[in-house]
Ligand binder design. Structure first.
Ligand code: FAD
Ligand code: DHB
Length: 388
């Protein structure tokens, strides 16, 4: 058995765990990160792409902005496409100074791993059989690494291990309330080697279902299609995907995504989950370990960053000022934002996804008509989308 000691033991090297480790390092607080996947797997996972203004500001302020500011694509608007029309929601006019930045989660995680390496503090990739124990008194993280048992003794554990992690299930179920909602659809997502044919994201509601046009770089387009939760990705040939996208983005002005070789295809389920409280003793949950939002509002990664910025501040106040009040209010503070984001993401989802109900579809078109003609409604969308 190899024994180690640190101040904060972090489970999970996704955005939540890595941003937390970085913020703690800047405050002079030691941590050890353990991750059950390989470094290449963690970087290669194709996931989020949209950073809110507050997320960008936080990353830049903490020295993570160099490549983000150079390569990230700042967007001052999104478009809504429905009933054969396209409309702009102009953030620059509605919420001056606030925009979104398209920067792949892969890129952000690459930068975070580089920053961690530069700090000289450890991340253990490809660990096995992670357990979190004794977090009511004397927290320990135990795991196997290179065929040897390891134990980390720490003051706090940060459960940043995503929606299928071990931290949340280790908390006695009777002390948690879990709120859940399933949605009757999923997204088929692709990455294509094609220069984006629009500088702005396009969210579309069509009789055939939802579609989303996004991008990763000046040469890579990212696209999503609403599909059923049990969809077989093998049933979708490249040609079928492009034809379906063309049908759903049809809007009278001839604009369509540019086609190219499909580099990656995958199905993403849609769920809402909130765990209350986000703390048990000296174990703190953050990011997807504590909550999931449906992807339509582009919020999951941003919520993860927001959680850990509060957690890092609370832990720093504990070590540097002997205060526990911010640790005690951590969960409530996070949950307030989490529920507002659930509200917005749920609203975007129900606005833009097609059910079989014709009444619903007419109601959605009327709501889109309102959202694209009332300045008050557009401003509400803009301020939620760019980040509260
Ligand atoms: P994760 O990224 O899941 O990281 C958790 C880490 O813990 C992982 O590396 C995992 O391997 C590790 N882990 C798990 N179990 C263990 C264990 N037992 N021991 C050790 N390590 C463990 N969000 C947005 O904001 N904008 C978007 O545009 C957006 N689009 C998305 C599109 C898709 C297709 C998907 C799937 C998600 C999208 N999201 C988006 C959500 C976003 O990707 C997540 O919310 C974000 O990754 C959460 O970060 P996290 O660090 O909390 O969790
Ligand atoms: C992307 C993902 C989203 O969930 C979203 O709402 C917008 C963009 C993306 O992957 O680029």
């Amino acid at each position: 058995m190899k024994r180690m000691r640190t101040q904060v033991g972090i489970v999970g090297a996704g955005p939540a765990g890595l941003v937390l480790s970085h913020l703690l390092h800047l405050s002079g607080i030691d941590s050890i990160v353990v991750e059950n996947r390989s470094r290449d797997y963690v970087i290669g996972r194709v996931r989020a792409g949209v950073l809110e203004q507050g997320t960008v500001d936080l990353l830049v302020k903490n020295g993570l902005g160099e490549r983000l500011l150079r390569e990230g694509l700042r967007h001052g608007a999104i478009q809504l496409c429905f009933h054969g029309r396209r409309h702009r929601i102009d953030f620059d006019a509605l919420t001056p100074g606030r925009a979104i930045t398209v920067y792949g989660q892969n890129e952000l995680v690459t930068d975070l791993i580089a920053a961690r390496r530069a700090s000289g503090r450890p991340v253990y990739f490809e660990v096995e059989n992670v357990r979190v124990e004794d977090f009511d008194s004397d927290p320990r993280i135990r795991f196997r690494f290179e065929n040897q048992e390891h134990e980390i003794a720490c003051d706090f554990i940060a459960g940043c291990d995503g929606s299928h992690g071990v931290c949340r299930p280790s908390i006695p179920a009777e002390t948690l309330r879990i709120f859940e909602r399933d949605y009757p659809f999923a997204w088929l997502g692709i990455l294509a080697a094609a220069a984006p044919s629009s500088d702005e994201l396009v969210y579309a509601l069509h009789e055939r279902g939802f579609a989303l046009f996004s991008m990763r770089s000046p040469s890579v387009t990212r696209l999503y299609l609403q599909c059923s939760p049990d969809e077989d990705v093998e049933a979708w040939s490249d040609e079928r995907i492009w034809d379906e996208l063309a049908a759903r983005f049809e809007n009278g002005d001839g604009w369509l995504p540019r086609r190219g070789a499909i580099l990656q295809k995958g199905i993403t389920g849609m769920r809402s989950v909130v765990v209350e409280p986000m703390r048990r003793g000296r174990l703190f949950l953050a990011g997807d370990a504590a909550h999931i939002v449906p992807p339509t509002g582009a919020k999951g990664l941003n919520l993860a960053v927001s959680d850990v910025s509060l957690l890092a501040r609370a832990i720093a106040a504990y070590y540097h000022e002997g205060r526990e009040d911010l640790l005690n209010t951590y969960s409530d503070e996070c949950l307030r934002r989490v529920w507002r984001v659930q509200r917005f993401s749920g609203w975007m989802t129900s606005l833009l996804h097609r059910s079989s109900d014709e009444f619903d579809y007419r109601r959605q078109l009327a709501e889109l008509d309102y959202v694209t003609s009332s300045r008050a409604a557009m401003t509400s969308l803009a301020e939620n989308y760019t980040g509260l």
